[in-house]
Design a protein around this ligand. Structure first.
Ligand SMILES: C[S@@+](CC[C@H](N)C(=O)[O-])C[C@H]1O[C@@H](n2cnc3c(N)ncnc32)[C@H](O)[C@@H]1O
Length: 231
């Protein structure tokens, strides 16, 4: 999976996406993350990426011409690290705009993105938002990470990269995510969550491990866990 992030603040990504599992996935060439600074696509000498809104109002709006130039370049950007090997089948690209008004991200969407596409182009906004023509003409879908407003789309983009990467084959140990929260649904289509887990010590401060987990009765333990996953 190749991720291309269009942002005004590429430096924000270096910490969160350079550690642990996501770091290893990049080293193992299972995923590739490229950052593209929107400002590099501005054409005037001031490197202008935004302007005041027509009709008046608060804040600055990201410009459609600059975004179009960025997307044209990013779409033709070859895979630097995965190489032709991983992306030689015609790249299935999805352009995603991160906005508070977008469709709320959930595990079904995460899985769909990981399975259907091999290149996700993520656009992180800033300031007041985007020229509406970006939304109407240049993207495939809009995703929100929740019903609240952040200062920019960088954190939402990081969340999307992290969540989708976990679903890329080989990033996690085989089967290790199967029983995690939101990976399966009950008969009514409601997401199941993970069951409670305990480890040693068996008692701490008088806080104990449920007897059933120490019983050695695998059937009863499985029933208890299944029950707890629905809570
Ligand atoms: C300050 S916000 C703009 C909010 C916009 N004026 C509104 O009222 O909906 C700046 C940028 O942060 C990103 N953003 C903020 N909250 C988000 C969320 N919940 N999900 C995804 N992106 C978000 C978007 O890229 C947005 O363009």
């Amino acid at each position: 999976m190749k991720f291309d992030v269009i942002t005004l603040f590429p430096e924000m990504f270096s910490g969160p996406l350079s550690e642990s599992i996501i770091k290893r996935a990049q080293e193992d060439k299972l995923i590739e993350i490229n950052y593209h600074n929107l400002r590099d696509f501005a054409t005037d000498k001031h490197k202008t990426v935004d302007d005041t809104p027509y009709g008046g109002g608060q804040g600055m709006v990201l410009k459609v011409d600059v975004m179009d130039a960025a997307l044209r370049q990013v779409k033709s950007h070859p895979s630097a690290k995965l190489g032709a090997r991983k992306l030689k089948v015609k790249s299935k690209t999805r352009i995603i705009l991160l906005t508070p008004q977008g469709k709320r991200l959930n595990q079904d969407k995460v899985r769909e993105l990981a399975q259907k596409y091999n290149n996700l182009i993520l656009i992180a906004g800033h300031y007041e938002g985007f020229d509406e023509r970006i939304r109407e003409k240049l993207i495939d879908e809009e995703i929100s990470i929740g019903d609240f407003v952040l200062t920019g789309g960088e954190l939402p983009a990081m969340i999307l990269v992290d969540a989708v990467s976990r679903m890329v084959p080989g990033v996690l140990a085989e089967g290790s995510a199967d029983e995690e929260s939101f990976m399966q649904k009950d008969e009514d289509g409601k997401y199941l969550k993970e069951y409670p887990q305990y480890t040693k010590p068996v008692e701490y401060n008088g806080w104990t491990v449920p007897e059933i987990l120490k019983s050695g009765n695998h059937k009863k333990i499985a029933d208890w866990r299944n029950n707890m996953r629905k809570k």
